[in-house]
Design a protein around this ligand. Structure first.
Ligand SMILES: *[C@@H]1O[C@H](CO)[C@@H](O)[C@H](O)[C@H]1NC(C)=O
Ligand SMILES: *[C@@H]1O[C@H](CO)[C@@H](O)[C@H](O)[C@H]1NC(C)=O
Ligand SMILES: *[C@@H]1O[C@H](CO)[C@@H](O)[C@H](O)[C@H]1NC(C)=O
Ligand SMILES: *[C@@H]1O[C@H](CO)[C@@H](O)[C@H](O)[C@H]1NC(C)=O
Ligand SMILES: *[C@@H]1O[C@H](CO)[C@@H](O)[C@H](O)[C@H]1NC(C)=O
Ligand SMILES: *[C@@H]1O[C@H](CO)[C@@H](O)[C@H](O)[C@H]1NC(C)=O
Ligand SMILES: *[C@@H]1O[C@H](CO)[C@@H](O)[C@H](O)[C@H]1NC(C)=O
Length: 303
């Protein structure tokens, strides 16, 4: 369900070099002298460490606005004009030096991100410090710096590992079953469930450590190990119309867990085990199957 504005026409998009301040300048100029008269401009001027936008022409009419981009490794200085325009006398307006050396975009990390105040900043001169913080699921290691610095050679200092994975609570034990922890209980680790012989797993056979708000939690409810009844002989059919079967196995009350941001698209399934009948229910079909099950019980098939 994407918001409608996402599909807005691209017609409103302006070329990258056309900053709002520049647009304003252009508008003011158009208002001032709507009908410039004579003189065309020739070759555009050089601007240090910048490249002129590509235009397929050699002469430019009066009022023509020509934009420039900073070369790689340079950034626009805030407030400087990154364009020239053709004046009435056939000369280009005086170009401004608007590009300065800068570190590129800040390092991307798995465990952290730069603080919000740095998001709009793209000009990073030498010595510029950007402060990071930990991503959810991680905690800050305060003995290590979370800063990166733009060095004299305009590369970023190597970020340290300033966060560590947080841990989920000890999963403990499940009755009549086993929890396998092959890789610890840290953020994003999986644990696996199995049942002792003679027991059947009801629920999911694995879950993983995730964050929920500020807490670390196991992402799914733990399953149950339910005893498989030992009577394997075919049930004898009685005439007990409408009588309740007291020995009918209890059904789980919670049958389906809400879909979560599982890294692997595990199927949410519930296995209901009754003597001689194994039903794998999923989603809405569970209701239908429950009714079917009740009918079987009612007709005495399962007693
Ligand atoms: C940046 O521009 C200056 C002045 O034109 C020039 O001396 C310098 O070599 C340029 N730097 C790079 C990296 O191109
Ligand atoms: C400029 O001309 C070249 C070759 O004639 C063409 O490939 C290119 O698309 C043109 N660029 C623009 C912006 O019109
Ligand atoms: C924090 O960083 C120090 C220095 O690198 C390291 O020795 C220590 O193990 C880290 N602590 C944690 C909890 O990761
Ligand atoms: C990290 O940057 C902050 C803010 O600029 C500063 O107060 C702090 O001293 C820096 N820490 C280190 C270890 O450089
Ligand atoms: C930039 O300087 C740092 C520190 O002096 C050095 O470790 C790094 O290799 C340099 N990077 C390049 C691309 O020269
Ligand atoms: C255990 O975790 C480590 C580090 O997160 C990972 O490299 C490794 O593949 C994991 N092993 C298993 C069996 O999941
Ligand atoms: C866990 O359950 C999924 C589907 O519910 C199944 O594909 C997978 O084989 C099961 N894994 C084990 C170890 O039983």
């Amino acid at each position: 369900m994407r918001p409608a504005w996402r599909g807005a026409p691209a017609a409103l998009r302006l070329p990258g070099w056309l900053t709002p301040s520049l647009l304003l300048l252009l508008l003011l100029r158009l208002l001032w002298c709507p009908h410039a008269a004579r003189g065309d401009c020739g070759d555009p001027p050089d601007i240090p460490n910048a490249t002129v936008e590509t235009v397929n022409r050699t002469t430019f009419p009066v009022g023509f606005l020509l934009g420039y981009y900073c070369n790689k490794g340079f950034m626009k200085i805030f407030g400087k004009v990154n364009a020239v325009h053709c004046l009435e006398n056939g000369e280009w307006s005086k170009p401004e030096v608007f590009c300065q050396r800068s570190c590129g975009s800040t390092p991307r990390l798995i465990y952290g991100h730069k603080q919000d105040i740095y998001i709009p900043v793209s000009y990073h001169p030498a010595g510029f410090i950007v402060v990071y913080e930990c991503n959810p699921g991680y905690a800050r290691n305060h003995s290590v710096s979370a800063n990166v610095t733009c060095l004299q050679n305009y590369t970023w200092s190597k970020p340290e590992v300033f966060c560590y994975k947080r841990s989920c609570p000890d999963p403990g034990k499940i009755e009549n079953g086993h929890i396998s922890i092959p890789n610890g209980t840290l953020f994003a680790s999986f644990i696996y469930f199995s049942c002792n012989p003679g027991y059947k797993l009801v629920g999911l056979n694995s879950t993983y450590c995730y964050y929920k708000g500020n807490d670390m939690v196991w992402d799914d409810p733990f399953p149950e190990c339910q005893e498989i009844p030992t009577t394997t002989q075919k049930p004898t059919i009685t005439d007990a119309q409408g009588t309740k079967a007291p020995s009918a196995p209890r059904q789980p009350t919670t049958v389906d867990v809400p879909a979560t941001k599982s890294p692997s698209a595990r199927q949410k399934q519930t296995t209901v085990n009754v003597p001689g009948v194994t039903i794998i229910a999923s989603g809405h079909t569970f209701m239908t199957l429950t009714v079917l099950l009740m009918m079987l019980v009612a007709t005495g098939y399962l007693s």
